[in-house]
Design a protein around this ligand. Structure first.
Ligand code: ADP
Ligand code: MG
Length: 238
């Protein structure tokens, strides 16, 4: 049975999204005319060769860079309509981002790293009970007082996703999050994302060049030279 979505209520909508970098006299079309609609609770994986524009797309969705042309709407909000400060606030409140490098603060414990965004921006921050539940979901409750240097790579990446989830974002963006993980931890991480999507209706966009990771999504979008070259939907058991 195919998973059903509320098809009129898009979590992410891009229209002719284009990013051109200028280097000296040459222009690099990192992304060209990408139109993509992602529904609430959908798990989309983005794959493609190195240099195909995957990170550029993700950074545009996060509002970390601005498009040369085209539109990005997150929850119907046009990111181009926001100034830098408003875009940063919007990102903190609505989007959780996980990168390949875990980017944890070395002097803070696992728990403090997770709570950092809510210290910066008050809002949907967690109650102590919710924090305990999150630590359980991430299977790092016993490691909560450890600093990053005494955590394994898999544990550090789970702390990073905990930090991404701490503001309770409806959209999670991940750029090659399993790139530094062994296959066991990689699968565990993907399973966790799948659960966040299935049980909590989070929308997930995950960039990866690994086929076995891409297969965890409801839909896989393949980029080639900055354009959508292929889209495959997966039948999901209900
Ligand atoms: P991927 O993540 O699929 O490897 P990227 O989105 O990082 O691809 O890059 C797409 C293209 O844009 C590549 O040709 C890359 O060299 C170029 N590019 C990315 N970021 C920049 C930048 N800041 N300045 C110039 N060129 C860039
Ligand atoms: Mg990349």
């Amino acid at each position: 049975m195919t998973k059903s979505f509320d098809s009129f209520n898009f979590a992410v909508e891009t229209t002719d999204l284009t990013k051109i970098y200028t280097q000296g006299r040459s222009r690099i079309f990192a992304l060209s005319d990408v139109s993509l609609k992602i529904k609430h609770g959908e798990f989309v994986t983005v794959t493609g060769a190195s240099g195909s524009g995957k990170s550029t797309l993700l950074h545009l969705l996060a509002g970390l860079i601005v498009p040369t042309a085209g539109i990005v709407k997150i929850d119907h909000v046009n990111l181009s309509g926001l100034n830098d400060a408003a875009r940063t606030r919007f990102r903190l409140a609505n989007i959780g981002i996980v990168f390949q490098a875990y980017n944890l603060i070395p002097t803070l414990t696992a728990e403090e790293n997770i709570l950092l965004p809510s210290r910066i921006e008050k809002g949907n921050s967690m109650t102590p009970e919710q924090l305990d539940e999150l630590l359980d979901t991430l299977e790092i409750r016993e490691r909560r007082t450890h600093r990053p240097d005494s955590l394994s790579g898999g544990e550090q990446q789970r702390v990073a996703i905990g930090r991404a989830l701490s503001m309770n974002p409806s959209l999670i963006l991940a750029d090659e999050p399993t790139g530094n993980l062994d296959s066991g931890n990689s699968e565990r991480f993907c399973k966790l994302l799948r659960e966040l999507c299935d049980k909590q209706n989070r929308t997930i966009v995950l960039v990866t060049h690994e086929k076995n990771v891409a297969d965890w999504g409801d839909r896989c979008v393949t980029l080639k030279d900055g354009r959508i070259a292929d889209e495959t939907s997966r039948e999901v058991a209900a």
